[in-house]
Design a protein around this ligand. Sequence first.
Ligand code: CO
Length: 286
Amino acid sequence: MSPAATISKPRRVERLVTGMATSDGAGVKLTRVLTQDLQRRLDPFLMLDAFGTENPEDYIAGFPDHPHRGFETVTYMIAGRMRHRDSAGHEGLLENGGVQWMTAGRGVVHSEIPQQEEGAMEGFQLWLNLPGRDKLCAPWYRDFAAAELPRYTTEAGVEVVVIAGESHGVAGAVVREATQPLYLDIHLPAGARFEQPLPAGHNAFLYTYRGAVRSGDTDVPAQRMAILANDADRDGVAIEATREAKCLLVAGRPLQESIAQYGPFVMNSEQEIRQAIFDYQAGHFG
Ligand code: CO
């Protein structure tokens, strides 16, 4: 049990977004939920990919060696097993319910390869921007097994995994000062309600991945992202499960800096992007 968090005026849903089917890595099929055109609106978040399939052909080749610079990747594995290796010498196995948090900083080359030949593979990868002053920081990496992730259950029976930030008095696995990310996985029994205070200036969205929820007057069915409006007089988000549901709630403090992206490099300027490409080609990552 946890102390109840109450809000007086919940945010409205500004817009529902259907992801875009695409593939990445060596042909892994996925849905890009947060696409490049939403990076300003959902600053500091740069991307959200959802992958979920029972067909090994859709995931088996994984993500062979590729670079990142200038931001953080947060991979949340709902089902499946994936091995991670990177140029900074880190290695880990990400499986059922685990999270891998990687700060690419000045540069990492890594691979993410499935450790299964059959069965379901399901999860999410979220990209979180770094402020300009931290983009060239030393790479950082940590794996959290499901059992290591902070979680709580509300009186209404809502189970919440606190991946980042703080919720109902429970501190998350990761805290970041510049972007103050909140990342919750919320499991609601049918009819249950959940509230979470949010600073009005923080950008926030919901993503339903099972069942259906309702926020304010808007139904958010499975495989939809709901962008929450930033009206100054609203103090949080309220969710009701119209049937048994699972959803992600993600929020963060916008950096309000310019964004220059070239594939896996996200910097503040084109000049910095050219430098990233040069450094990678010259073998200066990791
Ligand atoms: Co990667």
